[in-house]
Design a binder for this molecule. Structure first.
Ligand code: 5GP
Ligand code: MG
Ligand code: MG
Length: 187
């Protein structure tokens, strides 16, 4: 794995973003909504660095990409979400890639009549965007590489890495090897 940001760098990036968010929402009560599952690590760190009253909830967004690389349908499940009617909502997600996920989730949130909806992401991949929508707060811009750690997964693993790393071919090989080993049914 190629480490892009170590623990300290991530911490500083999130702290800077928290300070920007505080400036924009001074004196207002925030409702923070994390997009499951990739945002959980960022969400936990970010909310502890914003020193103002807030409500915190989550929303689920998952895309079924299947075996192909085609963009699948995005499934948004708001059943777990708290009431956002008349609220200043800050949506939090791990990474802004093509932009379709965040654009669709923001559109969904507007159905509940919030006062405002802004968004904050840990990462934004340069040159990948396919939408006019842009996040309001971004901690880091990164090159077009597949990254894991700090909440981001590859096949639901690596979310617990305390750093952010780009996966390389040998990591994919190791991953496949590990998968085979753990899926063997022991008799
Ligand atoms: P978008 O809809 O903006 O293309 O993609 C956003 C979602 O795709 C993210 O929330 C994340 O789940 C996934 N994604 C995009 N790029 C990466 C990446 O480099 N690493 C990981 N782990 N997930 C990614
Ligand atoms: Mg996601
Ligand atoms: Mg994922």
């Amino acid at each position: 794995m190629k480490i892009l940001f170590d623990k300290g760098t991530l911490h500083r990036g999130v702290a800077d973003m928290a300070a920007e968010i505080e400036k924009v929402y001074q004196g207002r009560q925030l409702t923070i909504v994390g997009v499951l599952t990739g945002s959980v690590v960022l969400l936990a760190d970010l909310i502890r660095q914003i020193e103002q009253p807030m409500r915190v909830g989550v929303i689920q967004a998952s895309s079924y990409r299947g075996a192909t690389t085609e963009r699948g349908d995005l499934i948004i499940n708001s059943e777990l979400m708290l009431d956002i009617t008349g609220r200043d909502v800050l949506l939090v997600d791990d990474i802004f890639d093509t932009g379709h996920t965040l654009e669709n989730v923001v559109e969904k949130l507007h159905e509940f009549g919030p006062k405002s909806v802004k968004s904050a992401v840990l990462l934004r991949k340069k040159g990948r965007q396919e939408t006019d929508y842009e996040p309001d707060f971004t901690a880091f811009n990164i090159p077009d590489e597949f990254v894991v750690g700090y909440g981001l997964d590859y096949e639901d693993m690596y979310r617990n890495l305390p750093y952010l790393a780009a996966l390389e071919q040998e990591d994919l090989d190791d991953h496949d090897q590990m998968k085979q080993e753990t899926h063997v049914i022991k008799t």
